[in-house]
Design a protein. Sequence first.
Length: 234
Amino acid sequence: MGRGSARTADELGRAFPGARVVVSDGATPLQSAPGGRTLVVATRGAEPVVAGGYRAVLLLDGESMLARESLRVVEDCVRWWCNAAALAAPEAPVLLVGVGGAVATALATGHPERVAAAELADRRLLRFPPAVRVAALAGTPEAVARATTALDDLEGVDVLGPIELDEGRVRAIVRLDYARGAEVAARLKAELVRGATARVPRVPGAPPRRRVPALRVRFDDSEPFDDPGQRPVG
């Protein structure tokens, strides 16, 4: 687990009593930091620029960052680390802590594109984005089942799930070839319209209830397994 920027800054301040310690994080991001005898503790994406570049860059918590549950965790980490390393002065050392294997080798040799090539090759074998498109379906078991059944006759389309969520809802992931995108979107939109126009029996004497959509559909080519996504079908 990461130690936190505040605690790291406190420990470094005690270890180097004559140095100025600057903290830049999501709450208080800095655009630049003073040079001289200065230690900068920054969270990812909040690294300030120093005139002439940093004399050394230490990338901490690499192991815990790679342990994050995300389809894009490797490419995200490599991008974050490369962005931080780019702030170093020429010939300044850059140390990555807690990471080994192919990722560390690619960064140490200055070839991060090898990580991207290996990730893409794996995703083509596993039919994960960006090799394919995906749509996340969430709703009642009946609505999700009808929507996935509507895609049964399409080649290049397969379904993962459904899995249970909460409050009686389920979620399924539809993987599809890019050429099938328009056809899949049209069929799923038809199911959305069907669910939106269907009448729900009302119990006599019961107070009116807020209508909850029986089906939600999102196309998302980046994080389909963490979140239903951001782009609606229609």
